[in-house]
Design a protein around this ligand. Structure first.
Ligand code: M6R
Length: 596
C-alpha cells in the first residue's frame, strides 16, 4: 500500500538506487510513481501508471546526493501525474512522500488555503509540504519545520521529506512501517526492506513517532522531543537473490516453486524426528484456554485452517475476519490467546483487531513472515513463518508456511507430547511439494478451462479453506468469477449457478466419511453437466466423475491441504498467464493493505 524509498551518501547513482528501490517496492502499489532529488534545487519527476513509465520519463537526467521516491496505491484522488508523489509546497523547495492516510487533511487544507497556499492535487499528502513551508517561512529550521508539520497531523503516516538546499532526508512514522538501511557510506530509508536489500542487509526498525535524519550517508533517530535514541542495528536474513525473479516470468511462479525451501525453513529446528516432538522457542510456556485467530484474505484462510486444527487438538478455537473482529465475542477463559495471522505484519485491519484484543486484556501472538513488522513489535509473542520475501501480490508460499506454522502451534500448545505422525508428514511435505511441482498437469487443465464463464471450488473440513483460497487466487489474478464453498453447501443455493461452462474443482483426499460425502457432492455437479476437476490423492473414487484430475501425493489428512492448494495456485497462475493478466500486480490490489 504505497512504497517509500530514500537514500543519501550515494553521490552519483542516487537516481539508480531510487528506481531500483521502487522496483523492489512496486508490489505495494503501482498506480503511479515519482522521485525527487535535491542538489541545490529540487528535481522532480512523477508519472501515472507503472514504474516503467517513470523510468522512461526520467531517463538518466536527475542528479543529486539526496533523494526520495514513492510508488502509489491511490486512496485520495485517482491515479494521475498530479496525484503522484512526491508532493511539493508553493515554492517547489520542499518535497514529501507519504504512506497512510492523513485524516484531518480537509481542515488543514482549508486553513492553509486561507493563508494563501495553492494546491495542485486531490491528495491528503499535499498538506504536509505546505505545513513545512509555512513553518520555514516563520524562520524554523528544516527539522523544526518538519516536526511542527508532523505535530499537526492525525491519522497514519510514514513520511519522508527533502528540501532543495539541505542534504538531509527527514522521516517519521505513525502506524505505517518505515525502516532504515545502514550502508558503509550511505543511508537508506524505505517502507519495506526489499527496497534496499541490494545495497545493505543492516537495518534499523523505526518505532511509531521516531524521527530519523539521514545526511551524507549517516543517520540519527530521535524521539518526539528531539532526544537522541539508541537504536540497534539488526541484520535481515533475506538476501537480494530472494527478491529477484531469477529467470521466472513472474514472482508468483517463482514463489510457488520456492515452497519446498520455504517449508523446510519453517520447520528447521522446530521438529525433532527422533522424539516425534515439536518445540517452538517463542511459544514456550503457552497454554491457552481458547484461541481466536484474526486475519484477512489468504491469511484468513490459513486462520480458518488453524482454528480447525486447534479444535481437532482439543483446544476451543475460532477464526474471525480481522475487519469484523470488533463485533466478535470476547474469547473464552482467563488464559485466552488471540493470534494475528499476517504475512506482512502490517495489515491495518489485522493490527486493529490485535489492538482490540489487547484492550480486552488478552495475550496476542503474531504469526508473520516479516521480522520487525508492526505485528511483531506490538504482540506479546511472535511465531515467524520464515517463508522468505514474497513479492507477488497474490500470496502463495506464505499460505503454505502459515498452514505449517498452524500445525506447529497446535502441536505445541495441545501438549500431546508425541506428535510423531504429524512430524513425519511435515518432514516429508517439502519433498512432496517438489514432486507435485515437477509432475503437475495444472497448465493443461488451465488451458482446457481458460474460457470458462466462472469457477467453483469445493472442499470439506480442512479442505474448506483450500476451496476458499483456490477461488481467491483465481479471481485475484484472472479477474474472472470464482467462488469457494464447503462442499456440502453447494446444493443449498450456489448449485443454481453451476452449468457446463463452470468447472468445479473438488478437493478430496483419503477415503473416509468426509471424502465419501464430498464425492457425493461431486456427483451432484457432474449430473448437472459441470466439468469436475478432482484434486485428489486417488484414495476415493472422485476421479471417476472428473473430467480432469490433479494428483497430490498421499499424506496425513491435516497436511494434504497444503498439497492440494499448490495445485490450485498453479491452475490460477496458468489461467491468468493464458489471459495475459498482470499476474504479479493485479489491478486495484496491493500487497500490504495498511488502511482499514
Ligand atoms: O499481509 P497479510 O497476510 O496480513 O495480508 C492479508 C491479505 O491482504 C492478503 O492475504 C491478500 O488477501 C492477498 N493478496 C491474497 O493473495
Amino acid at each position: 500500500m504505497c512504497g517509500i524509498i530514500g537514500c543519501t551518501g550515494r553521490a552519483e547513482d542516487t537516481l539508480d538506487v531510487l528506481l531500483s528501490g521502487l522496483e523492489g517496492l512496486e508490489y505495494r502499489g503501482y498506480d503511479s510513481a515519482g522521485v525527487a532529488l535535491a542538489n541545490g534545487s529540487l528535481e522532480i519527476c512523477k508519472r501515472q501508471g507503472e514504474l516503467d513509465r517513470l523510468q522512461q520519463a526520467v531517463g538518466n537526467s536527475l542528479r543529486g546526493p539526496v533523494g526520495i521516491g514513492h510508488t502509489r496505491w491511490s486512496t485520495h484522488g485517482p491515479p494521475t501525474d498530479a496525484n503522484a508523489h512526491p508532493h511539493t509546497d508553493c515554492t517547489g523547495n520542499v518535497a514529501v512522500v507519504h504512506n497512510g492516510i492523513i485524516e484531518n487533511y480537509d481542515e488543514l487544507k482549508a486553513e492553509l488555503h486561507a493563508r494563501g497556499h495553492e494546491f495542485e492535487s486531490d491528495t491528503d499528502t499535499e498538506v504536509v509540504p505546505h505545513l513545512i513551508e509555512a513553518a520555514l517561512a516563520e524562520g524554523a529550521s528544516f527539522e523544526a519545520a518538519f516536526r511542527e508539520a508532523v505535530s499537526r497531523l492525525e491519522g497514519s503516516y510514514a513520511l519522508a521529506a527533502v528540501t532543495a538546499d539541505t542534504e538531509a532526508i527527514l522521516a517519521t512514522r505513525h502506524d505505517s512501517p518505515l525502516v532504515l538501511g545502514v550502508g558503509d557510506d550511505a543511508a537508506y530509508l524505505a517502507s519495506d526492506v526489499p527496497a534496499f536489500l541490494e545495497y545493505t542487509d543492516r537495518v534499523v526498525y523505526l518505532e511509531d513517532d521516531d524521527f530519523a535524519r539521514l545526511e551524507s550517508g549517516a543517520w540519527t533517530v530521535t524521539d518526539a522531543d528531539g532526544q537522541l535514541l539508541d537504536k540497534s542495528v539488526s541484520r535481515v536474513e533475506w538476501d537480494a537473490e530472494e527478491t529477484a525473479k531469477s529467470g521466472y516470468d513472474h514472482y508468483m511462479l517463482k514463489e510457488i516453486h520456492e515452497q519446498p525451501r520455504a517449508l523446510r525453513k519453517c520447520l528447521r529446528g522446530r521438529v525433532d524426528e527422533l522424539t516425534g516432538s515439536i518445540q517452538v522457542d517463542s511459544l514456550e510456556g503457552l497454554s491457552p484456554s481458547s484461541v481466536q485467530f484474526v486475519a484477512c484474505g489468504t491469511s484468513y484462510h490459513a486462520a480458518l485452517y488453524g482454528a480447525q486444527t486447534l479444535r481437532d487438538a482439543g483446544i476451543p478455537a475460532q477464526a474471525f475476519l480481522a475487519s469484523e473482529y470488533a463485533t466478535a465475542p470476547a474469547p473464552v477463559g482467563d488464559d485466552a490467546l488471540v493470534v494475528g495471522v499476517t504475512q506482512s505484519g502490517e495489515t491495518a485491519d489485522t493490527l486493529s483487531a490485535l489492538r482490540e484484543a489487547q484492550r480486552r486484556g488478552v495475550e496476542t501472538l503474531a504469526m508473520t513472515n516479516v521480522v520487525g513488522s508492526t505485528a511483531t513489535r506490538e504482540c506479546d509473542r511472535t511465531l515467524l513463518i520464515r517463508a522468505g520475501p514474497e513479492i507477488g501480490v497474490a500470496a502463495t508460499k506464505t499460505f503454505s508456511s502459515q498452514v505449517v506454522a498452524c500445525n506447529l502451534l497446535a502441536a505445541t500448545i495441545a501438549d500431546r507430547g508425541d506428535s510423531r505422525e504429524i512430524v513425519e508428514a511435515l518432514r516429508d511435505l517439502p519433498g512432496q511439494v517438489q514432486e507435485l511441482l515437477d509432475a503437475s498437469r495444472a497448465e493443461s487443465v488451465a488451458k482446457r478451462f481458460v474460457d470458462s464463464e466462472g469457477y467453483f471450488f469445493i472442499g470439506r473440513g480442512h479442505h474448506h479453506p483450500v476451496a476458499l483460497e483456490g477461488a481467491l487466487k483465481m479471481k485475484e489474478i484472472t479477474y474472472k468469477h470464482a467462488e469457494g464453498f464447503p462442499a456440502g453447501e453447494l446444493k443449498h443455493g450456489p448449485l443454481a449457478l453451476v452449468t457446463d461452462q463452470t468447472p468445479v474443482f473438488a478437493v478430496v483426499t483419503g477415503d473416509g466419511e468426509e471424502a465419501t460425502k464430498t464425492v457425493g457432492n461431486v456427483k451432484e455437479v457432474e449430473a448437472r453437466d459441470a466439468p469436475v476437476v478432482a484434486v485428489t490423492d486417488g484414495a476415493s473414487d472422485a476421479s471417476r466423475y472428473a473430467e480432469a484430475v490433479l494428483e497430490i501425493p498421499e499424506t496425513h489428512p491435516q497436511v494434504a491441504p497444503v498439497l492440494a492448494n499448490v495445485q490450485l495456485q498453479l491452475v490460477a497462475y496458468h489461467v491468468a498467464n493464458e489471459l495475459g493478466r498482470s499476474i504479479d500486480k493485479p489491478r486495484n490490489l496491493a500487497k500490504s493493505v495498511t488502511v482499514e
